[in-house]
Write a protein that binds this ligand. Structure first.
Ligand SMILES: [Zn+2]
Length: 100
């Protein structure tokens, strides 16, 4: 089984994993803020909890972007371009430095 040994494949897998937890993070932030409010906190207290959750969501969303391990350029998402554009050959690695 291919464990994704090359850095770009591992980076893509990491970004996909971060993208999967993002909705969970957002839902948790909303749920935590609602719970805090229900528990009797002021709107300011609930907003503080929500703000912390939003910060975490922003952080996770930055992790959800795959970046080239060599130069830091954003990697195109596989399948982001129409198949008619000429196949996936150019999607494999980095368009700037050619890391693959
Ligand atoms: Zn690169």
């Amino acid at each position: 089984m291919n464990g994704g040994g090359d850095p770009i494949t591992r980076e893509r897998a990491r970004a996909v994993a971060a993208r999967k937890v993002l909705p969970w993070v957002v839902a948790s932030a909303l749920g935590a803020a609602a719970l805090v409010k229900v528990a009797g906190a002021t709107w300011g207290g609930a907003a503080g909890v929500l703000g912390a959750g939003v910060l975490l969501a922003v952080f996770v969303s930055t992790l959800a972007v795959a970046r080239c391990p060599e130069c830091g350029r954003r990697l195109p998402r596989p399948g982001a371009e129409p198949a008619a554009a000429g196949g996936g050959a150019r999607l494999k690695g980095c368009a700037r430095c050619g890391a693959a």
